[in-house]
Ligand binder design. Structure first.
Ligand code: C2E
Ligand code: MG
Ligand code: MG
Ligand code: MG
Length: 282
């Protein structure tokens, strides 16, 4: 198997050698190994109800424990994973891990919250995406409501027919769909009425300094109003301060995610800090 990987690696290396830096070649090599050696970790970040301040769900964020470099954040390897197609096996790994975690909580009698997973547009646009989710849910005997997905505006700009079908299938399964980094994509708002989405996650760049930057405040307020008129859930991402939270509360933003309530953390820590107290004795 190692030989196959080696050969494969050189095939990928050779034709593009001049264009690609040696560093990204090394990272690609390491990424392939990471998938085989199970070097990825799931971190969870709470999404909190703005009013009750209760954790209503968790976002799964991938981390890479590199044998020499230590913890690597997704910003550093997701782009390369996308470019090389490694994002597909990585995404499969992530979804399985999340389902395993949900089942583990269920079996331990921990009242679970849904976990939301980021889906690369590459994967989302493939025809088989919904059936992958269906098979997973069936295999783990999970209701669709426990698994949520986050896609970006770019994922629904193209291939309208496939996207339409995929979204309908996911809705039939009870899987909720959120638009991530809302407000930063290139698409028009047209898709908001075309597709049956569940909510939007307002990008962090609009939330930062919301109480002092009036442009950010206006944009966020407008996005919240629009989303509410369209009966979409609104989640504010990247909420770090009390001021930001208070502003969002005034605007009737439904859900909050950000360092203010909790940074992404290891699953054990998440269980202790955000699901604890709700522990049921078996
Ligand atoms: P995202 O989906 O928009 O995730 C939110 C990012 O914002 C996370 O960065 C999170 O750690 C960070 N964040 C959350 N709250 C705050 C805050 O209050 N302040 C600040 N400054 N940052 C905050 P992270 O974990 O580095 O992930 C970056 C991006 O990588 C994610 O953005 C997502 O697009 C991508 N990503 C992460 N995991 C996966 C995955 O499993 N699959 C795919 N396809 N993409 C992933
Ligand atoms: Mg996300
Ligand atoms: Mg985001
Ligand atoms: Mg993102």
């Amino acid at each position: 198997k190692a030989k196959d990987l080696g050969r494969n690696m050189y095939q990928i290396y050779d034709p593009s050698m001049n264009k690609r830096s040696y560093q990204s070649f090394l990272m690609e090599r390491d990424l392939r190994k990471a998938i085989m050696n199970d070097e990825f970790i799931v971190h969870l970040q709470p999404r909190v109800d703005a009013i009750t301040q209760k954790t209503v769900s968790a976002e799964a964020l991938i981390r890479w424990m590199h044998p020499e470099l230590g913890l690597v954040s997704p910003g550093e390897f997701i782009p390369l994973a996308e470019e090389t197609g490694l994002i597909i096996p990585m995404g499969k790994w992530m979804k399985r891990k999340v389902c395993e975690k949900l089942v583990e909580w269920r079996e331990a009698g921990i009242p679970l919250v849904p976990i939301s997973v980021n889906i690369s547009s590459q994967r989302f646009l493939q025809k088989e995406f919904a059936s992958e989710i269906r098979d997973l849910l069936r295999e783990f005997q999970l209701e669709g409501k426990w698994l949520e997905i986050e896609i970006t505006e770019n994922s629904i700009m193209k291939n309208e027919e496939t996207v339409f079908k995929t979204i309908r299938e996911l809705k039939d399964l009870g899987v909720k769909i959120y638009i991530d980094d809302f407000g930063t994509g290139y698409s028009s708002f047209n898709y908001l009425k075309t597709f049956q989405l569940d909510g939007v996650k307002i990008d962090r760049s609009f939330i930062q300094n919301i109480s002092s930057e009036s442009e950010n405040a206006s944009i966020t307020t407008a996005m919240i109003k629009m989303a509410q008129h369209l009966k979409l859930e609104v989640i504010a991402e990247g909420v770090e301060t009390k001021e930001e939270l208070e502003y969002l509360l005034e605007q009737n933003c439904h859900y909050i995610q950000g360092f203010y309530f909790g940074r992404p953390c290891a699953t054990e820590e998440f269980e202790k800090r955000f699901l604890k107290g709700a522990l049921v004795v078996k």
